[in-house]
Design a protein around this ligand. Structure first.
Ligand SMILES: *[C@@H]1O[C@H](CO)[C@@H](O)[C@H](O)[C@H]1NC(C)=O
Ligand SMILES: *[C@@H]1O[C@H](CO)[C@@H](O)[C@H](O)[C@H]1NC(C)=O
Ligand SMILES: *[C@@H]1O[C@H](CO)[C@@H](O)[C@H](O)[C@H]1NC(C)=O
Length: 175
């Protein structure tokens, strides 16, 4: 459903894991609250070669098409538990996909992972959402204004005003 904004954000998280450099993906977690509506058949980070992790997602959509979606994206920083940090934004996904320049941050995230997905088009979505073998490029996100540390990106997905999925991506920045 979404091109990834969030997902972008979220999903993008397949980070190569060169020790001591840039972002690393630590973990991903996808959860559906209504498995008759949509469900995650795959949501996985896998080490594909030394120091390189890839992200895979197969988001099965049972109620097609999707022509309405709101994504709430929040960033948390770890410090005595995860606390809200820097951004917390609600995005109309279908609007965003028609006007990616309206959300520069989202746009940066989604540019990174779009090529590995089938999400790069505008609404409606008439198919399952797939991210296959997403590998983080060290130049992606390097301009994100966040200090070294551990973070969680949380993306809540609502369609037709019902909150139905939650994706969490855990990453670490260590430049
Ligand atoms: C984000 O903003 C919404 C609405 O303003 C608020 O309900 C929510 O608690 C906030 N989440 C975080 C992580 O700050
Ligand atoms: C997403 O954000 C909007 C606007 O801040 C809020 O009204 C809505 O309840 C939030 N949805 C979820 C699932 O948190
Ligand atoms: C996404 O699609 C648009 C429009 O077809 C294209 O201009 C853009 O380059 C694509 N982005 C990526 C990252 O594939």
């Amino acid at each position: 459903m979404e091109r990834g904004l969030i997902i972008g954000i979220v999903f993008n998280l397949v980070w190569p894991v060169p020790v001591n450099c840039g972002f690393q993906l630590k973990n991903v977690n996808c959860e559906s609250f209504d498995t008759s509506y949509w469900d995650f058949h795959r949501c996985e980070m896998k080490i594909v070669r030394r120091g390189v992790a890839a992200f895979y997602m197969f988001w099965k959509i049972y109620k097609l098409p999707i022509n309405n979606a709101i994504i709430n994206v929040s960033l948390y920083k770890k410090s005595n538990g995860y606390r809200p940090f820097l951004f917390n934004q609600s995005v109309d996904f279908c609007y965003y996909m028609r006007n990616p320049q309206a959300h520069p941050l989202m746009s940066m995230l989604h540019k990174a992972f779009m090529p590995a997905s089938n999400i790069n088009h505008s609404c409606p979505y008439n198919h399952d959402l797939i991210i296959n073998d997403f590998i983080y490029n060290k130049n992606d996100f390097k301009d994100l204004p966040i200090p070294n540390g551990e973070y969680m990106i949380e993306a809540k997905f609502a369609s037709y005003k019902v909150h139905r999925a939650l994706i969490k991506i855990y990453v670490k920045r260590n430049d």
